[in-house]
Design a protein around this ligand. Structure first.
Ligand code: GDP
Ligand code: MN
Ligand code: MN
Length: 251
């Protein structure tokens, strides 16, 4: 496996064509996995906003007081969320598109001062648009993973995670395979999309290094059928952590 950054990526503005930036600066091959930071996808899609554009509801004011946060920011998170898992001390939500993360993934870093940037509204659709355009330009068959940096339960430290996919299934099912001693694996489902996102994030970094696009080559993971990040989430009846958080909120 080989992993490398795409060089010469400019500061992305609304309307920029990420697929052609990639094709101009990299020699794309069949089966390449192209990993793109959600921040630049959102900027290209024009998903920057200012808090001044927002009006806070009473609910936002109530939560903001609990968190010692700006009610306008809380309102921005509420507007982008369909469920709240925790209000405080961390603001954990399920976004309108089904991603569970802190503050609906709204980011203030690597965007013009005074602006915030959203996650893409439908990151699978963004990945598909970019992926199909790269395939049209190059004639190669590739996969795309759009990433964000997220924290995790229990552990210190954030990692890159997949938030949108094109032509790569996120989970590798090891159930039924044998281990070294011939035991049949019963449980293991490997989250390859998050592992790839984490690998790419090592090269991206979090600051000003300017590497929002990474290519991983040498893995045969492309799938011909439609893939979605929604395959990664447990359904709510099986999600005991979510149930625990829910009972905490209603205690
Ligand atoms: P996130 O993980 O999607 O929230 O993105 P980050 O803000 O952590 O940025 C990931 C990488 O992309 C870092 O190397 C940033 O410097 C880089 N980056 C972010 N925006 C741009 C941009 O507009 N142009 C370039 N060249 N790099 C960017
Ligand atoms: Mn982010
Ligand atoms: Mn990041």
């Amino acid at each position: 496996m080989e992993a490398f950054t795409v060089e010469n990526v400019p500061l992305i503005k609304a309307g920029d064509d990420i697929a052609s930036i990639i094709c101009q600066n990299a020699d794309v091959m069949d089966n390449d996995i192209i990993i793109i930071a959600s921040t630049i996808v959102s900027k290209a899609e024009g998903r920057m906003f200012r808090l001044e554009e927002i009006e806070a509801s009473e609910e936002a004011a109530r939560i903001a007081q609990k968190q010692q946060a700006d009610p306008l920011f809380v309102q921005a998170v509420l507007d982008r969320s369909r469920d709240i898992l925790l209000e405080s001390p961390i603001f954990l939500v399920e976004t309108n598109n089904g991603h569970v993360c802190i503050k609906a993934g709204i980011d203030a870093s690597n965007v013009d001062r005074g602006f915030l940037v959203d996650l893409p509204a439908d990151p699978d659709a963004s990945a598909e648009n970019i992926g199909q355009r790269i395939e049209d330009i190059t004639g190669r068959k590739i996969s795309v993973i759009i990433t964000d940096t997220n924290g995790r339960a229990f552990k210190i430290g954030q990692t890159g995670v997949a938030v949108g996919l094109y032509r790569i299934h996120p989970i590798k099912d090891w159930k039924g395979e044998k281990d070294l001693f011939g035991n049949i694996l019963q449980i293991t489902e490997e989250s390859i999309a998050d592992e790839i996102a984490g690998t790419a994030n090592l090269l991206m970094g979090e600051g000003g290094s300017g590497y929002p696009i990474v290519i991983i080559r040498g893995m045969e993971l492309r799938s011909d059928d439609k893939a979605s990040v929604k395959e990664m989430y447990r359904n709510s009846s099986q999600d005991i952590i979510r149930k625990g958080l829910c009972s905490l909120r209603h205690a």
